[in-house]
Design a protein around this ligand. Sequence first.
Ligand SMILES: NC(=O)c1ccc[n+]([C@@H]2O[C@H](COP(=O)([O-])OP(=O)(O)OC[C@H]3O[C@@H](n4cnc5c(N)ncnc54)[C@H](O)[C@@H]3O)[C@@H](O)[C@H]2O)c1
Length: 252
Amino acid sequence: MKLQDKVAIVTGAGSGMGKAIATLYAREGAKVVVSDINEEAAQTVVQEIRTNGGEASVLLANVAKEEDVQQLIGQTVSKYGTVDILVNNAGIMDGMEPAADITDERWEKVFAVNTTSVMRTTRKVLPIFLEKQQGVIVNIASAGGLHGGRAGGAYTASKHAVVGFTKNTGYMYAEQGIRCNAIAPGAVATNIGASMTGINPFGAGRQQQGMAINPRIGTSEEIAKVALFLGSDESSFVNGTVITADAGWSSY
Ligand SMILES: NC(=O)c1ccc[n+]([C@@H]2O[C@H](COP(=O)([O-])OP(=O)(O)OC[C@H]3O[C@@H](n4cnc5c(N)ncnc54)[C@H](O)[C@@H]3O)[C@@H](O)[C@H]2O)c1
């Protein structure tokens, strides 16, 4: 058991990678807070974890809302006494719009869910980590956080910001027992397509060209294994960096 008795919060854990991470963390002995905006999905994940003998609870939170973030961390501490691992996974796509076609509404929503949320959960969890001089943050960025053609301008910028914030946080607290890393997944089979509305034909066409060199689509379980490595002591010397998991897509 790599996470025995650790308390882990996973945002966006009702589906896709978050669900796989929550499930694997519970199997490795963690007490998992399955957080999502979608109550039914989160309840289903918790039921599955409990059926398999794991410990998990639902805490609903829209990560784009500061008051929800406050409650998420606060209620986790009330229930389990502390937080050991924070996985910032919740995220949405844009509509592949290039700069000329980005609306303020789209930009603000994508940044609120993908980026500002990561700052807020990190800000709220840090006093707990600093008091213990121990804690781990795993951010789910994207290959789109390292490269320019994976999505529209809003999503790409939002994930580049997550990469920068990950490095800054890892650096700032490196001498206080806290690690902060990110995963940059390539294309993974999840339900994220549902968040793509009003697709921009020009931007989508440009984005699509890179798919020709993508070796394959990954599974959520493959990303969860990387999140287990980063969340556990196995990665004790890994901090302030990004692990790409994309089957070699971006090595071209
Ligand atoms: N699927 C991919 O190809 C891919 C590639 C790279 C990075 N990512 C990133 O992986 C992460 C997980 O995405 P996924 O592909 O598993 O998608 P998914 O849509 O299957 O799961 C995302 C979950 O986040 C939840 N969510 C959405 N908005 C939320 C909010 N405001 N507050 C709380 N929860 C919210 C959804 O309800 C859903 O359960 C995202 O950050 C995404 O950007 C995905």
